[in-house]
Design a protein around this ligand. Structure first.
Ligand SMILES: Cc1cc2nc3c(=O)[nH]c(=O)nc-3n(C[C@H](O)[C@H](O)[C@H](O)COP(=O)(O)O)c2cc1C
Ligand code: SF4
Length: 419
């Protein structure tokens, strides 16, 4: 039986090869090593879309949208087309895309190449966040080794919102990188039909092109096949990037990552939801099982709050980060997220005013679906689920008797200023 989970870099021996796990991280960063482990990318044409559909590949940028439908949507549009590999990874808790780009850049570039051939794109772009020398060096080295001058590398600002696909297109086209109402598959880069895919999605596509849909389905569940990179963080002794088979029990992941006494778990990153520890039994990591508990796989982030850590301080900091991350162009987002941050901070600092908790519940309902992008929806899901998961602790803060430690478990990097 294939292993269902492996941690990078300990178990990712380059000689493991494509069978079992690891899959994505089994290759090597240099071209010779990459080809020795996986062999060359076979010729790819539009028919790969059918293989991707049979494989059941779902996007890894957060929404889990079927990749073949995106390929079809772009391939059937007229005129020159563009493919953008989204390696920006603005989610502060996630490290899987950067890990992939550093350790398997050729697999991502193969995927970008295969996607471009599938939709017959004339332009290929790889977006990575500026200010990460390891990612930049790995990508540059890989491109030099391939002698591929046809892939443009765009360095994006350190800002969560610029990873949203329309914002990314706006930035590539010389804009500030704010979301727009344009749909990239219709009017993307330079007004051309554009496929925006996450770099992990493209890496899976490159493996499907090599080994086929049946191989892809050898791990995972029937509805959510294949493997995924996940990032485990928070109150765990072995944080990091793991490759798992979809359907792996969450408790196995928590056990391997060293989560002692978890009190609540955030699934899917800052766009995801909190589940209290009491609801985790039997939960498996696949879209269907997670949806049955109101959660989602998102970009594969799992963050743990334990018994001793103050969750409200974490919620307040992330609420403030959300408010700072707003692109400031939709009222509900600009003012709603600011007020949500203030109310959450008020609870954290021990205000006895019980209206703050009610305000948060009311305002989260009000901001949902009210932005040009889904940032307010993400903030609302994060906060409303956090308020439920840590309801007892809210009472402790209001009574001024929270004895837990503020451990700064959840990172909240300052977004780059708008130019
Ligand atoms: C606020 C926001 C931030 C996002 N950030 C990222 C990101 O950093 N990387 C990414 O691949 N997708 C991100 N996405 C999702 C992209 O819009 C897009 O759906 C994704 O790149 C498509 O790739 P996929 O189909 O391969 O998942 C973000 C979406 C939103 C709403
Ligand atoms: S919802 Fe917020 S982040 Fe999204 S476009 Fe509007 S102001 Fe910008």
């Amino acid at each position: 039986m294939s292993p269902t989970m492996t941690r990078w870099p300990e178990a990712a021996a380059p000689t493991t090869g494509p069978a079992g796990l690891p899959r994505l991280l089994a290759t090597r960063p240099d071209l010779a090593g990459h080809l020795a482990v996986l062999g060359p990318l076979p010729p790819v044409g539009p028919e790969i879309t059918v293989e991707v559909a049979r494989a059941g590949l779902l996007g890894r940028g957060g929404a889990g949208f079927p990749t073949h439908r995106k390929l079809e949507a772009v391939a059937t549009r007229r005129g020159p087309r563009v493919v953008v590999a989204n390696g920006t990874e603005g989610e502060p808790l996630s490290a899987k895309d950067k890990t992939l780009l550093v350790h398997a850049p050729h697999l991502v570039l193969d995927g970008l190449d295969a996607a471009a051939r599938a939709v017959r794109a004339s332009q290929r772009i790889l977006c990575i966040e500026r200010g990460d020398p390891a990612v930049y060096a790995a990508v540059r080295q890989a491109l030099a080794e391939r002698g591929d001058g046809g892939i443009e590398v765009v360095l994006t600002p350190h800002r969560y919102i610029t990873g949203q696909e329309a914002a990314l297109v706006d930035f590539i086209d010389g804009g500030p990188g704010r979301p727009t109402l344009k749909r990239p598959f219709e009017a993307g880069v330079g007004g051309r039909p554009t496929l925006v895919d996450n770099v992990e999605t493209l890496a899976h596509l490159a493996l499907i092109a090599r080994f086929g849909p049946d191989w892809y389905r050898q791990v995972g569940t029937a509805e959510h096949p294949g493997s995924a990179l996940i990032t485990v963080g928070g109150a765990v002794s072995r944080p990091g990037v793991y490759e798992i088979a979809h359907g792996t029990p969450l408790q196995d992941v928590l056990g391997l990552a060293g989560a002692a006494r978890p009190r609540g778990v955030l699934l899917g990153g800052y766009f995801g939801r909190w589940l209290p520890a009491g609801t985790l039994a039997g939960l498996t990591l696949d879209w269907r099982a997670l949806a049955s508990r109101g959660a989602s796989f998102g970009c594969g982030v799992i963050a743990v709050i334990d018994e001793d850590s103050c969750a409200i301080a974490e919620l307040a900091r992330v609420a403030t980060w959300y408010a700072r991350s707003s692109a400031g162009q939709c009222g509900a987002c600009t003012w709603g997220l600011r007020d949500l941050a203030a109310a959450t901070s008020a609870i954290d600092s021990g205000t006895p005013d019980r209206r703050a908790a009610a305000d948060i519940r009311r305002w989260t309902a009000m901001v949902k679906g009210r932005g040009a992008c889904r940032l307010p929806d993400g903030a609302a899901a994060f906060l409303e689920s956090g308020m439920e998961a840590f309801a007892e602790e809210i009472g402790e803060h209001q009574a001024g008797c929270c004895r837990r430690t503020d451990r700064h478990l959840l990172p909240t990097p300052a977004p780059e200023a708008w130019r």
